[in-house]
Design a protein around this ligand. Sequence first.
Ligand code: SIN
Ligand code: FE2
Length: 208
Amino acid sequence: MTTRIEIAPGVVHHPGWLDRPAQEALLADLRAVVKAAPLFVPRMPRTGKPFSVRMSNCGALGWVSDEKGYRYQPAHPETGEPWPAMPDALLAAWQALGSYPHPPEACLINLYDATAKMSLHQDRDEDDLNAPVLSLSLGDTAVFRVGGTSRGGRTVSLKLQSGDALSFGGPARLAFHGIDRIIAGTSTLLPQGGRINLTLRRVTRPPP
Ligand code: SIN
Ligand code: FE2
């Protein structure tokens, strides 16, 4: 039995969705992914200012950001190689929690050190906005903030712990969200500390 908490319409938190052995198995899968698709430092469109997180992706498409803008592309921006396949555990998570009949195409991997954050933003580079975004957290606890679909509205914050899943879809698909901070020392999963967040997305509109 897992707990399902609706934080706001369309924003659903599943605390402890992955138990410790499942977290360790997923981490092993991700080590293989980043060996093939090394972490890179994304940069802000136009200014080129580096993000504080490092990123990689798996799946048919990966999300990247640099001076030319935000986009999905089928190859790693530095190696030019296709992204590694999505581990089965991620496809299983999508099937269980995504409530969407087509598979995810992209899984963005964000690695946060103790000082990294992510400012409030919308995930809106996907053509298919009918699918939810499904997030899985590993490692140190994060203070996650989520609001409505317009900037500057009321927001709520909640802690995302190692093994938690969170989905935002339906009326919350374009909700502003971000990470205020990482709480160092809250998990023993990652030997060096820090946090990994995975976000699974459907990018293209499925065939009719
Ligand atoms: C993101 O919005 O891409 C990441 C959210 C998170 O780290 O939980
Ligand atoms: Fe996001």
